[in-house]
Write a protein that binds this ligand. Structure first.
Ligand code: FAD
Length: 620
């Protein structure tokens, strides 16, 4: 069916593919933009094999049409799917995932559909790449043909490398399936075209100044507030929680009084951070660019739903401050592209090598970029002959993401504010550069306002106050439990019966970083916390952590009893070490007191989790 080029229904990706003469569709399930970026790169790369692809957001497509892909000769669906949180699909994949999960071949027969999946996950999390795996399996069950093995990217190691390795094998397999030569042409192409606006030609009110979506939304605030329309919350409190030492942890209170934003204890608040202006100035200098030049980047592919990489028109200064991640480790494809912008052979070869998929290149990338934590500014400083046009750099850099924080207050006590407890990221790299976390560095500068929105979570207190709870949250992992404890205190003050409330928390030294110690001791005195266990890891010869306290005889017995009484278990904080160690301790406790094998203990905890009685709120 040769539909006219512009005559198609936007939600019908099949008619769009037919109208635009595409035979590959790349779907992405993306939360932070990486999966979307990979999808875009794959659809651009298809051109190198003479194939025509388009990337699509499944949320904007009628995904039931997938079966009709078989009607397009030599077609292929590629999926780049991130696993999020506790093994969940990303927001934009939710609908498709729910549909796919529950349907059988009678409802969706994918016979004749070619596909392959690249999953994006993080090995520190329990449900590593669960979504990629599930979708890959389900598509096959529904009759689709897997043309290349499932790729598993690990964000804890080097996801870029995993992706490169995967696509290196995927393309030849795809070419073979689609009947084209696997000989790639070495063409580079731009996805966006630069339009420079004459100074004064765009009135200031028409230039984006950090808005996420609607022009002027930060100046003229209108509810409802969400990820695309954040609320500018006044920071009414910003104080240091540590009483000494050189690390910093801040308590912030954000005023949401006029916003109509509602939250529950256990929800997250997302903050849109701003890059440091000194770093942006430095970047402007290195690029020899006028940061206040107004410009737009317009997608050269008119058919793409994404017209610009970030809100345009804007200025370079705004793009670097608000829209682009200039402090992450540059990806290998960016380094590869940078190699075009130098005449210095040594610099060129170095960039090319790091951008290549060779063992030598990977090792150099690991040393020079990852271990040395060089961001784009450091790369351009250290390879000072490299002068990319600023607009091309803007196209290549990933979007700056919102940072999430577990809300450290209860709406019962604080309906008009959300509290945040944030550990300030601050370290010196091996090349002697001081790095401050984008968001927490900004918090340390005492901003007057922050653009925020609330994201609902599954991390909830039990419905009945009487249900006993065990909470494990060392360091900033204590944050959501502060909300939980405020809520339990509120219930107690109302004369309601409140069940056992057990808290395991921890820090390094009682005198330095025992955060919220006065509140905790007061809750203990009042009986709001029935068992307070604090691990001071460095106050004695050997290190003591929360999992050691859990294992102590009396404590472990109590944990088992509470679980058997229908109690809820919560863990919050560092995903990498703590959450694993706590899980291991819990398994041991169930094994010991429940007289179970390790496997039975794991099944027991799995059941708790399925019933919503074991919840984790962890991050890496
Ligand atoms: P960034 O600029 O993003 O820098 C952080 C990165 O720097 C790290 O990922 C790491 O790669 C690197 N880095 C950090 N330290 C070093 C070092 N010493 N050496 C080398 N590299 C290093 N954080 C809290 O403080 N409190 C919370 O309640 C909280 N809740 C969260 C809830 C969720 C659901 C999630 C996903 C995260 C949560 N976080 C919380 C983490 C928070 O979102 C941010 O990641 C954190 O504050 C750092 O952000 P940043 O912009 O300041 O740092």
């Amino acid at each position: 069916k040769g539909a006219a080029a512009d005559d198609y229904d936007e939600s019908s990706f099949i008619s769009k593919m037919q109208a635009k003469n595409r035979n590959i569709v790349v779907f992405y399930g993306s939360q932070t933009g990486t999966a979307e970026d990979f999808a875009t790169r794959l659809s651009k790369e298809a051109l190198r094999y003479g194939l025509r692809a388009m990337s699509c957001d499944p949320e904007e497509c009628d995904m039931k049409e997938l079966a009709h892909l078989a009607d397009i000769p030599n077609s292929l669906a590629i999926f780049c799917l991130a696993t999020y949180g506790e093994g969940d699909p990303t927001d934009n994949l939710q609908e498709f995932f729910t549909m796919l999960k529950d349907c059988d071949r009678n409802e969706l027969d994918l016979t004749g559909v070619n596909y392959c999946v690249f999953g994006l996950g993080n090995k520190t999390y329990e449900h590593y790449n669960a979504i990629g795996q599930l979708v890959d399996k389900k598509l096959e069950e529904l009759g689709a043909k897997r043309i290349y093995e499932l790729g598993l990217g690990d964000d804890d190691a080097n996801i870029e490398e995993d992706f490169n390795n995967w696509k290196e094998g995927m393309w030849p397999a795809a070419c073979q399936q689609l009947g084209v030569s696997a000989e790639a042409q070495d063409i580079k192409y731009r996805q966006y075209q630069l339009v420079n606006h004459e100074p004064g030609s765009v009135p200031p009110e028409k230039l984006y100044k950090g808005e996420i979506s609607r022009l002027g939304s930060l100046q003229r605030q209108r509810p409802p507030f969400d990820a695309k329309n954040p609320y500018l919350a006044a920071v009414t409190e910003n104080r240091e929680l540590h009483t000494g030492g050189d690390r910093s942890c801040l308590h912030l209170e954000l005023d949401i009084g006029d916003s109509r934003i509602r939250y529950e204890s256990g929800d997250h608040v997302a903050v849109y951070p701003v890059n440091r202006s000194e770093l942006v100035d430095k970047l402007g200098e290195l690029l020899q660019c006028d940061l206040d030049q107004p410009f737009s980047l317009n997608n050269v592919d008119d058919d793409s739903t994404k017209k610009h990489p970030f809100p345009c028109p804007t200025t370079y200064r705004i793009a670097f401050l608000h829209y682009l991640d200039i402090t992450a480790n540059p990806k290998t494809n960016l380094l590869n592209e940078l190699s075009d912008y130098t005449d210095n052979e040594e610099h060129k070869q170095m960039l090319k090598k790091m951008g290549s998929n060779t063992e030598e290149g990977k090792a150099l990338y690991h040393d020079w970029i990852i271990s040395a934590r060089r961001h784009i500014v450091a790369v351009l400083e250290d390879l000072d002959s490299v002068k990319p046009p600023p607009d091309h750099l803007c196209e290549l850099l990933p979007r700056l993401q919102a940072r999430y924080y577990s809300i450290a207050s209860s709406p019962k006590l604080h309906p008009k504010s959300v509290h945040v407890c944030a550990a300030v990221v601050r370290y010196t790299t091996s090349t002697n550069r001081l790095v401050l976390g984008v968001a927490t560095g900004e918090f340390a500068d005492k901003p007057a306002q922050l653009p925020v929105y609330v994201r609902r979570s599954q991390f909830r207190l039990p419905y009945k106050h009487q249900t006993p709870v065990i909470m494990v949250g060392p360091g900033t992992g204590f944050a959501p439990f502060r909300g939980f404890l405020q809520e339990r205190e509120w219930a107690k003050d109302q004369g309601k019966p409140v069940g056992k409330t057990i808290l395991y928390t921890g820090c390094r030294n009682r005198d330095i970083d025992y955060i919220y110690s006065q509140e905790l001791e007061a809750w203990k005195d009042k009986g709001v916390i029935t068992n307070l266990q604090v691990a001071f890891s460095r106050d004695q010869g050997e290190k003591v952590y929360v999992q050691h306290l859990m294992r102590r005889d009396e404590n472990s017995r109590e944990i088992w009893e509470v679980l058997e009484l229908g109690g809820h278990f919560y863990v919050c904080g560092d995903a990498k070490h703590m959450a694993r160690d706590v899980m291991a301790a819990l398994e041991e406790i169930v094994e010991k007191h429940g007289s179970k094998s390790r496997q039975e203990a794991q099944d027991y905890i799995k059941k708790l989790s399925n019933k919503g009685r074991y919840s984790a709120d962890v991050w890496s």
